[in-house]
Design a protein around this ligand. Sequence first.
Ligand code: PLP
Length: 414
Amino acid sequence: MTSPVWHPFTQHGLGEPIPRIVRAEGCALYTDDGRRIIDAISSWWVTTHGHCNPRIMAAIADQAGKLDQMIFAGWTHEPAETLAAALVEMLPAPLAHVFFSDSGSTAVEVALKMALGYWRDRGARHRILVMEHSYHGDTIGTMSVGERGVYNAAYAPLLFDVGTVPFPAAGREQETLDALERLCRTESPAAFIVEPLVLGAGGMMMYGAGTLAEMHAICRRHGVIFIADEVMTGWGRTGTLLACEQAGIVPDILCLAKGLTGGAVPLAVTLATPPIFEAHLSQDRAKLFYHSSSFTANPLSCAAAVANVGIWREEPVLERIADLAARQSAHLAKLAAHPRIRNARQIGTITAVEVEDTAGNYLSALGPRLLAAFRERDVLLRPLGNTVYLMPPYCTDETDLSRIYAVIEEAVAE
Ligand code: PLP
């Protein structure tokens, strides 16, 4: 019998097998037929501390015995308050206001709406600037600020127009900075949204902290709101808690999701500085911030995120990340020497390579072939076209890490 499930980013017409997972632990997923799959991408970049982390699972179970879900408009609860206070303490000032939502996409939608809300009584700016090759989610709003391509072509008539700066490829950073400066001057934008240091779904494209700092400075000079989408990069992925730290900048609006709950359950936050929050304060009720969803600040998710913050505070997470990054560097250097491998790169726990391919792009036929080869060898890797990347849980040991790199070499050779 065929399943009624309609999977995301899956072409059901091809009838490809869809493995069924029954449990998970650490960096491994187990199938219903007893295979152990190494999760080399933290299940779409979320399970930072590994699957079924005992502290996070216990926090969810404990919270489940107290309060499951409640309306968050005009009401509050302890896990949300504890989490918001902990985030404000942990993240750089002046990010002092925490708005909850459910996914990276909604965190970005909220950020865009906050930016427009800020400008509402200041000349109603609404233009958004973005970086080429960015990905910020799959809702209509977040697709609008992301790269246009085959994946959103069907919805193009609904996407709003944005100003785009080129990706700051090595040696061409000045073009990006000049374009940003020009657009800030000529288009009176409300905000610039950017993935700090690494563009994820756009192909794990990395750029320098100096460029990030300069882009931030340009926005500052022109009074343009700087939105950092750290949905992927946050929670240590690039070697520091936030990627923005490496550029010494604090954004006006910060989006976090994925690793916020250690990747166990859905939750996102959009943090804002006082001027953004205060722009929404009024004696006029009609001027409130119009965004909510049924499950905003779900208590089970907030409890999981509080446990994640506890792990960050009490365990040597940054040391674990540095150790994983160093071990990855050694493997990457070896892989980079392979004659069919190009453009090996790394930031923190993220590594990426391109496999030589004449039609190297997102729809490269090589991607699905590599994916199948990885799957046959019980490794979960999901290439972006001909780009193969790793983003493993921080608990990945050397045996599993070596196996992942060995499998990549085997698949590439094949
Ligand atoms: N922003 C970035 C940088 C992302 O990498 C992603 C997801 O990969 C999103 C936003 C969207 O997050 P979600 O899939 O949780 O909606």
